[in-house]
Design a protein around this ligand. Structure first.
Ligand SMILES: Nc1ncnc2c1ncn2[C@@H]1O[C@H](COP(=O)(O)OP(=O)(O)OP(=O)(O)O)[C@@H](O)[C@H]1O
Ligand SMILES: [Mg+2]
Length: 212
């Protein structure tokens, strides 16, 4: 319903997807600042998190002490956090005519727990529908980088890894290929080359939004 409404009211639900360090938060923030400057009503939220309950779930998900967490547990925790964020923040803002920018949404579960964790994609799709009340983004950006680029950025940032980032190369390869497969199947996706300069990517994103 919100997606239908958005076509008439020009409200927009925009998500950023891609593996760790691909540049999602950088671009989400730049877009937020751009829309703010244009005096648009806009909010930015991140996944997992974005509400009091969801942030608590985020801490469980990223805690290195939870090394024994199973993929299904992980998936259901992400989904629980997502439902709370969707109902408490995203839907009410879309209803009030806001642009909502979301740094990761359900496609992350399809890519990480589905393609990466090898949970049956049909189960992932069903739970995703429940966890979002069937709310589909109007536009999703996949910022695509290779595993090598991810490693390069990690080295540069001297970033310590959280629980999910500690996983090995074979897992990341599955996630990267999974994201590409998801984007190929769905017209709402625009795939961006994440190795391009930050400002070039921002220009591309703005162009694509206003074209839509
Ligand atoms: N186009 C780009 N080219 C080179 N470096 C970039 C680019 N975009 C972002 N970066 C850098 O890569 C690092 C990660 O960026 P960012 O935090 O936006 O990624 P992310 O996808 O949100 O990561 P995470 O999934 O870990 O939250 C930062 O140091 C950022 O400055
Ligand atoms: Mg980020």
């Amino acid at each position: 319903m919100y997606n239908l409404l958005s076509k008439y009211l020009l409200i927009m639900f925009i998500t950023f997807e891609g593996i760790d360090l691909s540049g999602k938060s950088t671009q989400a923030k730049l877009l937020y600042e751009y829309l703010k400057e244009k005096k648009k009503k806009v909010i930015i939220v991140r996944e997992p998190g974005g509400t009091g309950i969801s942030e608590k779930i985020r801490n469980i998900l990223l805690d290195k002490k939870n090394f024994n967490m199973k993929y299904i547990t992980e998936f259901l925790l992400f989904s629980a956090s997502r439902y709370q964020l969707t109902e408490e923040i995203i839907k009410p803002h879309l209803k009030r005519g806001y642009y909502v920018i979301c740094d990761r949404y359900y496609d992350s579960s399809t890519a990480y727990q589905g393609y990466g964790g090898e949970i049956d994609i049909s189960i992932i799709n069903k739970v995703n529908k429940i966890a979002t009340g069937n709310l589909i983004p109007d536009l999703s950006f996949l910022i695509d980088i290779s595993y090598k680029e991810n490693l390069k950025r990690r080295e540069r940032m001297k970033k310590s890894h959280d629980r999910i980032e500690q996983k090995e190369i074979s897992y990341y390869t599955k996630v990267i290929n999974g994201y590409r497969a998801i984007a190929k199947k769905d017209k709402r996706f625009k795939v961006l080359d994440g190795t391009k300069p930050i400002s070039d990517l921002q220009k591309e994103i703005i162009k694509l939004i206003f074209k839509k």
